[in-house]
Design a protein. Structure first.
Length: 506
């Protein structure tokens, strides 16, 4: 039966590896044991042969008329005590004096003996009359002359029996190792199956391909962080949205639809923890680009503010026209002319007051519109006399800074509270200074109000808490700084260096 599952194939492979390893280990152990046993038998044979050759009774016995009669009982006693298979004493020409089989006495020794007859000691494994054996042959000297040879040997069958005696223990150990290896393989296979959610390799490959295609096809940015907080996966849209700001993204600090500023973009970020078996293993952050929506919302807000300003001015102008018409009907023409002239002069004075020192017409128009809006709310918007601001700074960034600071001040005063918002514009040739102060409640303590999403207003539509963050971004882009403090209300001060103007106008 063919195993199809990944876990099953892994288990079968591991069992095969374990079985082959155990079998190879057992075989090597047997071979090593046999080699060591043969070496021990060879060393024992050599030691016994030298011991017999050195016996003091040997030379006299060799000189007797019947050496076998004396030596045969002696060698048999030594053989049985030493537990070897044969001890043969022979003449230098190989004719036996002794042998375990008495019928072979007087016959030639089967094996190598010539080097021993020349005075050398030899060891070998060869086949003799009793069978294959490990043997040693040493010379017997008398007066410096070789007078006989002693051969001692152990049959290899006996060596095999010694090795076979080791097999039960060895096989038991191999069985235990095989069992432990099988259990570990089974546990590993189950772990692999659990970690792969029971999916097969082809299913994992297909699933990965689908997820990868889906991830990179999304129009939203997706960033996956590992459990240590490092980005593990970033799709193409997230790379485009964040750019270098990806390195500073902190997933743990994000709430649902938290506003985030990345470069010139306004993003909404949400994070979700990824858990496995009750343990947090990562975080997924999704990003939506709200730049166009915010831009349209701000443009709509500007149009609405302009419409409100025009409506307020129309309302005031209509009231004045009614007064002037009434004065004319009453025949008080001079008073009507004086009233009309004073209103025209007031509007002209404000326009002239702003236009003299402020070289950027967009900023002048913005302040005129904000003045009308403030008047409609019952708030006095006052631009300090002597306002100066040179041209050269990008009008869009100036409008972002001044417009958001004034809007923030008007919202701080609230719809039902009268107050004053004072705008100070100064330029000393090195720095342009923009200051907006109100006589509202001031700033909340221990709060970084320039962080995206931080606001003191009630919860409202998406985009709350971005105004001051955009002010800081615009000031930083122009190389300037922005500070906030409480001083009978909130005071915001922006300083923009002229040194940045050449770079900004390129």
């Amino acid at each position: 039966m063919r195993v199809k599952s990944l876990a099953g194939r892994l288990l079968l492979l591991q069992l095969t590896v374990v079985a082959v390893t155990v079998a190879a280990g057992a075989l090597i152990t047997v071979l090593v044991a046999r080699e060591r046993t043969e070496t021990a038998a060879r060393d024992r044979s050599l030691t016994i042969a030298r011991t017999v050759a050195a016996l003091p009774d040997l030379p006299p016995a060799l000189k007797s008329d019947d050496p076998s009669r004396t030596l045969q009982p002696l060698t048999e006693r030594v053989r049985k005590v030493a537990r070897v298979d044969f001890i043969t004493i022979m003449r230098p020409d190989g004719v036996r004096y002794t042998h375990p089989n008495p019928r072979l006495i007087g016959q030639h020794f089967v094996g190598t003996y010539a080097p021993a007859a020349q005075g050398r000691t030899i060891t070998e494994t060869t086949k003799g009359t009793l069978g294959q054996s490990v043997r040693a042959v040493v010379p017997v000297r008398d007066g410096g002359r070789v007078v006989a040879l002693v051969a001692v040997g152990v049959l290899t069958d006996a060596i095999g029996e010694e090795v076979a005696a080791l097999l039960p223990g060895l096989l038991s150990l191999a069985a235990v190792i095989l069992l432990i290896g099988s259990l570990l393989s089974l546990l590993l296979a189950r772990r692999v199956k659990r970690q792969t959610l029971g999916l097969e390799p082809q299913e994992i490959t297909t699933l990965y391909a689908h997820h990868d295609a889906t991830l990179h096809a999304l129009r939203e940015g997706v960033v996956v962080f590992d459990e240590s907080g490092r980005p593990a996966l970033v799709n193409d849209h997230a790379q485009r949205l964040l750019g270098p700001d990806l390195a500073t993204l902190e997933p743990g600090e994000l709430k649902d639809d938290a506003p985030l500023i990345a470069g010139d973009r306004v993003l909404l970020a949400s994070s979700r923890a990824v858990e496995r078996d009750g343990r947090r293993v990562g975080t997924v952050v999704t990003l939506r680009d709200r730049t166009e929506v915010e831009t349209l919302a701000r443009e709509l807000g500007a149009v609405t503010a302009l419409a409100d300003a025009l409506r307020a001015q129309t309302h005031e102008a209509a009231n004045r026209l009614h007064v002037i018409a009434g004065l004319v009907e009453l025949g008080r023409t001079e008073e009507a002319i004086e009233l009309a002239g004073s209103e025209a002069a007031s509007a002209q004075d404000l326009l002239g007051h702003l236009g003299e020192g402020i070289e950027e017409p967009v900023l002048v128009a913005l302040l005129l519109g904000k003045t009308a809006t403030a008047r409609e709310r019952g708030v006095t918007l006052r631009v300090r006399p002597g306002a100066r601001l040179c041209s050269g700074f990008p009008p869009t960034e100036l409008a972002t800074i001044v417009g958001n600071l004034v809007d923030n001040a008007l919202e701080a005063l609230g719809p039902d509270r009268e107050g004053t918002v004072t705008v100070t514009l100064a330029d000393d040739g090195d720095h342009a200074t923009i200051e907006v102060r109100d006589d509202g409640p001031g700033l909340p303590p221990d709060t970084d109000i320039f962080e995206p999403g931080v606001t003191t207003k009630p919860a409202g539509p998406v985009g709350r808490g971005l105004g001051l963050a955009l002010v800081k971004r615009a000031a930083t882009k122009l190389g300037g700084t922005v500070e906030a403090r409480t001083e009978d209300g909130a005071v915001f001060t922006v300083r923009l260096p002229h040194a940045q103007l050449p770079a900004l106008t390129r």
